[in-house]
Design a protein around this ligand. Structure first.
Ligand code: IPE
Ligand code: IPE
Ligand code: MG
Length: 235
């Protein structure tokens, strides 16, 4: 376990990638990979909370994932819905608050309802915050933020980084410190692009269903060895 608690990232984001390939490698349907990936997500949430990290953002379903076969999309949405319904105790035991980022409007009503329910059920838990990104796209979030700003009377003269930030889905989230992507691809795929402006990036070849608590420890140790300069110089 990473020993230096002082240097823990405050906000960790994970692009949980590689479910489909994990399943295909074993001759199983892609959906088996998603089921297994959910088990990994639960293990990683528990470990992140044990470590004392304050915010964890999980890329669960992107605005681009609608391009997949209808069968896979339906399976994913159903899996998310069932998980949210069943997992209240999991979050309560760990005092975890669940929040959602993304466009709720385009999600089926039943999924939307479960998201709103888990958000309100866990609202008073004051441990780690898990931010579930469902129907989420970084560009979409920025566009929705600017639209909100304009509809509140904002204009070019008053537009600023702060005004964009304050109209994001969760302005209270700190910037991303550590961005992890599993599954071997080295890209962001529209994940928290505003918040990740100065994130430290960590890529792993391991498919998400095989990712473990030790892998997360390794990512954090790598983060702790980095020198963050934010455009300045080292003292
Ligand atoms: C990530 O795994 C899960 C989601 C995108 C929902 P993938 O389904 O993208 O798995 P690969 O990348 O095809 O292996
Ligand atoms: C990103 O993975 C989305 C999630 C993990 C939910 P994708 O598998 O959709 O990304 P691309 O298509 O490889 O860029
Ligand atoms: Mg993928």
């Amino acid at each position: 376990m990473p020993s230096d608690k002082q240097l823990l990232p405050k906000h960790v984001g994970i692009i949980m990638d590689g479910n489909g390939r994990w399943a295909q490698k074993q001759g199983l349907p892609r959906t088996n990979g998603h089921k297994e990936g959910l088990e990994t997500a639960k293990k990683i949430v528990a470990h992140t909370s044990d470590l004392g990290i304050s915010y964890l953002s999980l890329f669960t379903f992107s605005t681009e994932n609608w391009r997949r076969a209808e069968e896979e999309v339906n399976f994913l949405l159903e899996l998310i819905k069932k998980h949210l319904r069943k997992q209240y105790d999991f979050y309560r035991e760990r005092n975890i608050r669940v929040i959602h980022s993304g466009d709720l409007e385009k999600l089926p009503l039943i999924v939307r309802e479960e998201i709103l329910l888990v958000e309100s059920d866990t609202e008073l838990f004051d441990g780690m915050i898990v931010n579930l990104l469902i129907n989420y796209g970084g560009r979409d979030e920025i566009v929705r933020s600017v639209k909100e700003f304009i509809s509140n009377g904002g204009d070019a003269g008053t537009l600023s980084e702060e005004s964009i930030n304050s109209n994001l889905d969760h302005p209270e989230l700190p910037e991303l410190d550590l961005l992890i992507r599993t599954g071997g691809e080295i890209r962001l795929s529209n994940f928290l692009i505003w918040q990740a402006a100065y994130a430290e990036l960590y890529f792993s070849d391991t498919y998400w269903p095989d990712w473990t608590a030790e892998d997360l420890d390794e990512a954090i140790l790598s983060y702790q060895e980095r020198q963050r300069r934010f455009g300045g110089t080292v003292q």
